[in-house]
Design a protein around this ligand. Structure first.
Ligand code: FES
Length: 184
């Protein structure tokens, strides 16, 4: 199993990184079994890294509490999964599209309002924004902040201020259970 820890930004907090690692490790182990069942055509004589990079992955989110974020790896990219609070959902839903640089309603970015799932790579130059760990700066709009050049994302992961041109990407995914998600 590859190391699934990912940096949550520059100079991240050790305690929160360890917590993220534990959560991430747990869910990724669950996903590995799904790969074997779902992709029988992959050449298993030459497995692991290539399979993991291409496959859809399933994650169990039952241990993620409201207001908590985890980072999982999918196709070698960090994916941020946040269980949003009711306040965050309300803020995301009430923003007029006219105020958005990359206009997109929150409803088009989530399957379930409670769960925000997006690729954690800044659309400016590809840094990993801060905001996953509890003590991280979340920017002026309460979501994520990319300190490289100062891009602020809101609670829907939409770009609100700074040089990034687009919202954080939402990967293809579906819920396969109340708290089980298949990404890819
Ligand atoms: S890479 Fe995020 S602001 Fe430049």
């Amino acid at each position: 199993m590859a190391d699934t820890t990912v940096p949550t930004g520059h100079g991240h907090d050790e305690d929160s990184s360890r917590r993220d690692f534990l959560l991430t490790s747990t869910v990724v182990v669950g996903g590995a079994g799904v790969i074997a069942a779902a992709l029988p055509f992959i050449d298993y004589m030459n497995p692991s890294a290539d399979v993991l990079a291409l496959a859809s992955l399933e994650f169990d989110l039952s241990g993620v509490e409201e207001g908590q974020s985890i980072t999982v790896m999918w196709r070698k990219k960090p994916v941020f999964i946040r269980r949003r609070t009711s306040t965050e959902i309300k803020e995301a839903e009430e923003v007029p599209l006219s105020q958005l640089k990359d206009p997109q309603p929150d409803s088009e970015r989530v399957e379930k309002p409670e769960w925000l799932v997006m690729v954690g790579i800044c659309t400016h130059l590809g840094c990993i924004p801060k905001g996953q760990a509890p003590g991280d700066p979340k920017g002026e709009y309460g979501g994520w902040f990319c300190p490289c050049h100062g891009s602020h994302y809101d609670t829907s992961g939409r770009i609100r201020k700074g040089p990034a041109p687009r919202n954080l990407e939402v990967p293809p995914y579906e819920f396969t259970g109340d708290t089980t998600i298949l990404i890819g």
